[in-house]
Design a protein around this ligand. Structure first.
Ligand SMILES: [Zn+2]
Length: 235
């Protein structure tokens, strides 16, 4: 963890901690300091250039000239980009939920929807992106509202298939909150489908994971899907 490049460390800190928290992210914003142990010297040139060399090879393979002006910085940018888009592997779930689970008597459905997410399809390394809706019925414990999009982001910033991403978000909340049930629905557009082959822009893939009451109770599931139909408040 201590050898993460600064750009990745910053992202991980953002996902783990709240803006305004007295955490590493806040410190980094104020003083440009990174987490203890992660010194600039150790992270300035993360990696040994093999990723850059591989990207140059791809550029050559597709008939490009890696030495031309517009491409000279590309291998380095691509390397940094992939480490950022996969920063979710480095997020510590304990830090993410730290101090954000509360004992509350509330036992009705909690729904958070229209959560934007961006992920990378593991088959093509192309983006898929869309929105997530997450719901659960507490059993004595609730999680801070702002944490739910962070949970989605922790799993989205990895190489994924949409089905697994959906299930991981649901399983995480089930494990951590032990609620009476969890429902997660993801709607996403996959560039590997849109840009190549079938070329059907606008094709949306929907996946869902339902656990507990959301699986066993038709009424709970119906209530969840009714929430998803309802337009949100206009901004
Ligand atoms: Zn794909």
């Amino acid at each position: 963890m201590s050898t993460l490049p600064d750009n990745v460390r910053r992202l991980v800190d953002e996902i783990e901690t709240e803006i305004g928290d007295d955490g590493p992210a806040a410190l980094a914003i104020e003083g440009g300091a990174s987490r203890a142990g992660s010194t600039r010297a150790a992270t300035a040139d993360a990696g040994n250039g093999t990723v850059e060399a591989a990207v140059r090879q791809i550029l050559t393979e597709i008939g490009e000239d890696p030495a031309r002006e517009g491409l000279v910085g590309t291998p380095d940018r691509v390397h940094r980009m992939y480490t950022e888009l996969t920063a979710g592997y480095h997020v510590d779930p304990e830090r993410l939920i730290n101090r954000a689970i509360f004992d509350v008597g509330y036992s009705e459905m909690v729904v958070v929807k229209d959560i934007p997410f961006y992920s990378l399809c593991e088959h093509h390394l192309l983006p898929f992106f869309g929105t997530a809706a997450v719901a659960y019925i507490p059993r004595g414990k609730v999680i801070g509202l702002s944490k739910i999009p962070r949970v989605v982001e922790m799993y989205a910033r990895r190489l994924q298939v949409q089905e697994r991403l959906t299930q991981q978000v649901a399983d995480f909340l089930m494990d951590r909150l032990a609620p009476r049930g969890v429902g997660v629905v993801l709607e996403a557009s996959h560039l590997c489908a849109v840009m190549r082959g079938v070329r059907k822009p606008g094709t949306i893939m929907t996946t869902s994971a339902v656990l507990g009451l959301f699986r066993t109770s038709d009424r709970t599931r119906a209530e969840f899907f009714a929430h998803l139909q309802r337009p949100g408040p206009t901004a």
